[in-house]
Ligand binder design. Structure first.
Ligand SMILES: [Zn+2]
Length: 304
């Protein structure tokens, strides 16, 4: 099934280029494409009246006012989710009721991930400060993605479940074995082979990147779990989620999808799923209009 996120990247790049040139229709299109899943995600975390809509609005404003800093080689969806998570974190911190609303395995918003693009006063300073972390995270993401793709390409999704529980969720071998109904020794074997593969992939990296990860002082933001969530390494393609909704996904993908969504409780995939399952209802031209009207001014004012 290849890379989970790359299939829509080309379309997104066109869109971002058009938005950068001030194309309002493109901006509207971006809102239409992403608001459903972003709003569904926000609603899993923010329950107060209007809170989720406000966070979505803030996210779109944050994106449009920081367009200059968006790196098009990255996934637009992942970037938007990251801004949204940041905005949600802000609201929850303010309300000081974070624990109540956490319902799935996503959170850990204590680690800032990416900054709020709209609130960075001097982007170049910020970028310099965070460059090392990002390079480390990039290098780590490369080798983890290779490992995950290898499991997928070989249909070894049961083993992927194991490393997702160990590396992403942070379970111990015994706990992962219990969750999956597998022998602890088998779990240890999967882990052993996965770590060996990661070492091999590390050796294949160019020296510069390899040294970044060889450095013992890799910052906490570049830890495996953080990178895994931030880059959505094991998230499902929207088309795969669509098949899952329709119940036409073949095994072993069907059981893997259920695992990722229900056992791991990935809130971003859940949000996508929810968005997909009510796409036919068109969750609201009015929301879409409001989002467009409140943000489009920033587009034209930027004037580039
Ligand atoms: Zn996911």
């Amino acid at each position: 099934m290849g890379d989970a996120l790359s299939d829509s990247n080309n379309a997104d790049q066109f869109l971002v280029t058009a938005i950068r040139s001030g194309d309002q229709r493109a901006w509207r299109q971006l809102i239409d494409r992403y608001q459903g899943r972003l709003l569904a995600f926000a609603r899993t975390r923010l329950r107060g009246p209007g809170e989720a809509e406000d966070a979505l609005q803030e996210t779109l404003l944050g994106f449009v006012t920081s367009l200059a800093h968006f790196d098009e080689s990255r996934s637009l969806e992942t970037y938007l989710f990251a801004i949204l998570r940041y905005k949600i974190g802000e609201v929850l911190t303010k309300k000081n009721r974070r624990k109540e609303v956490i319902t799935g395995f996503d959170v850990d918003d204590d680690s800032p991930g990416i900054p709020d693009p709209a609130s960075v006063e001097t982007p170049s300073q910020f970028a310099a400060h965070h460059e090392l972390t990002r390079q480390q995270a990039d290098a780590l993401a490369i080798i983890l993605r290779k490992l995950i793709e290898e499991f997928r390409d070989r249909d070894k999704l049961d083993d992927l479940k194991v490393i997702e529980l160990l590396f992403y969720v942070g379970l111990r071998n015994k706990e992962a074995g219990e969750r999956l109904g597998r022998d602890e020794k088998a779990i240890a074997g999967v882990k052993f082979r996965a770590l060996n593969r990661l070492r091999e992939y590390l050796d294949e990296l160019p020296t510069e990147e390899r040294n970044l990860l060889g450095n013992a002082s890799v910052s906490s933001e570049a830890t495996v779990s953080h990178v895994w969530r931030d880059r959505r390494l094991s998230c499902l393609k929207r088309s795969t989620l669509g098949s899952h909704v329709l119940g036409v996904l073949d095994e072993p993908w069907a059981s893997y999808a259920a695992f990722h969504i229900e056992e791991i409780g990935c809130l971003m995939c859940r949000a996508n799923l929810e968005d997909l399952s009510r796409e036919s209802e068109r969750i609201g031209e009015d929301v879409s209009d409001r989002m467009f009207q409140s943000s489009v001014g920033f587009l034209s004012r930027r004037g580039n």
